[in-house]
Design a protein around this ligand. Sequence first.
Ligand code: DQA
Length: 159
Amino acid sequence: MRVGVLHGPNLDLLGTRQPDLYGTTTLAEIDSRLRDLAEELGVELDTLQSNHEGILLDWVRDGAPSLAGYVVNAAAYTHTSVALLDALVGVDRPYVEVHLTNLAARSRTRRRSLLAAHAVGVITGFGARSYELGLRALVAHVRDSTGNGGGPTGSERGG
Ligand code: DQA
């Protein structure tokens, strides 16, 4: 199984960007932890960070044939990008939305996610660990829904 990890705009600044809010872990450290976890879980990872919406869309669309699903921190595009939502829904792959901060505790604009309603689930507020929880959740979901873990299938989850 191969999983895509999408990092949206400004997440390349993690480590120095508003550390009181986003912590001091860098994106390279997050990706490195995810690679270790992926090895433990027996999956492969493709990761991308971009500050450009179109690059993120193309990556989602081009990668889908070889990817079982996505872990998505779309950063500010979470709140604005119908195009990214359309791409994620259009490729028909499960995705788990993750955020470092607890969106429910943030400003009105940031409390609204355009992606959440179509996600398998949302993990928000655990700092860098949100990504690890998201990867575990996505892999478990895919394994369950392919009959490899005994949990509910996608259709049993309801629509
Ligand atoms: C974020 C929350 C977004 O509102 C913000 O634009 C980000 C990071 C998070 O991980 O907490 O860049 O997605």
